[in-house]
Design a protein. Structure first.
Length: 288
């Protein structure tokens, strides 16, 4: 526990707690069905398709939505043609899908949730003790919200983290063949720091005897918008900072702008020198 808490409930004395609660009007879609609130979804699926209470709940929020669930026998939840045992793990996973869909489709709501980082999420409604079987246990609700909040990143930041953490070397070059992206794995493989690589020509890592063929293929691919080797691992030679050469397995892909025009090429590379040398040694023994 951090010491700072926020009560996510319609009865919360914090406006963010009210906004984030399942009771609040916050339209979203799940499996193509439009829903006014998570509470409306929770109450509506207690009734089979075609039931008037189900339809009312799906377009309701807050206490109105909760009232729609009165009279349900709470034996099953009905969704996607399936009859799901009420209060089961499958039922909880279904409600979790709805909850996650609500946040995925509402940027403003995600920002409100992000503003609670560093706070422990509680769900205290002031009502009687939680039933043994319920659509969404309070502890699970809090865990889901915490998970959505704590794993969410702005798209740009998330992309940067992925590039930085991938164990394969990632090199992106623009139309002129200048290196624009160079991740830590590329530094480990070729020996060049980001300061040395960024802005430099791809010649930095291409052995001299391969450069002419490389540039002919590179410029042809960018001009045509098609890459013969796209998505297919290719064995080639790489040049390291210390002048040594290595065998690298590279996978290439074209990068395009919003209009579909090719703006550069990205390559993923891994050092396979040890594998290649072992394979050659094995062939030599067989031939000998």
């Amino acid at each position: 526990m951090t010491g700072k808490t926020i009560n996510v409930a319609f009865t919360s004395d914090e406006w963010r707690g009210v906004a984030l609660s399942n009771f609040s009007l916050s339209p979203f879609e799940l499996d193509g069905v439009s829903l006014a609130s998570v509470e409306g979804f929770i109450q509506g699926i207690k009734f089979p398709p075609g039931h008037p209470a189900r339809e009312r709940a799906f377009v309701s929020s807050a206490w109105e939505a909760k009232a729609c669930g009165q009279g349900a026998d709470k034996r099953f939840a009905y969704w996607g043609g399936a009859q799901i045992e009420f209060g089961s793990d499958e039922h909880h996973r279904l409600v979790e899908r709805a909850l996650r869909a609500r946040f995925a489709q509402n940027e403003g709501l995600r920002r409100v949730l992000a503003s609670t980082r560093g706070m422990d999420i509680l769900h205290q409604t002031g009502e009687e003790p939680e039933p043994e079987r319920t659509s969404l246990p309070a502890a699970l609700f809090c865990r889901i919200l915490s998970d959505i909040r704590d794993t969410a990143q702005e798209p740009g930041d998330l992309a940067e983290r992925i590039v930085a953490e991938t164990t394969d070397a990632l090199i992106y070059a623009d139309r002129a063949g200048r290196i624009v992206r160079w991740n830590p794995a590329a530094s480990r493989l070729f020996g060049f720091s980001p300061e040395e690589a960024l802005g430099a020509s791809l010649d930095l890592i291409i052995p001299e005897h391969l450069r002419a063929a490389h540039w002919a293929g590179y410029h042809a691919a960018l001009a045509s918008g098609r890459m013969k080797l796209q998505g297919h691992p290719t064995l080639t030679r790489g040049l390291k900072k210390d002048g040594g050469k290595c065998y690298v397995e590279m996978t290439f892909a074209m990068v395009r702008d919003d209009a579909g025009a090719a703006i550069g090429s990205v390559a993923m590379a891994r050092d396979v020198t040890e594998r290649v040398e072992k394979e050659r040694a094995a062939r030599g023994r067989q031939e000998g």
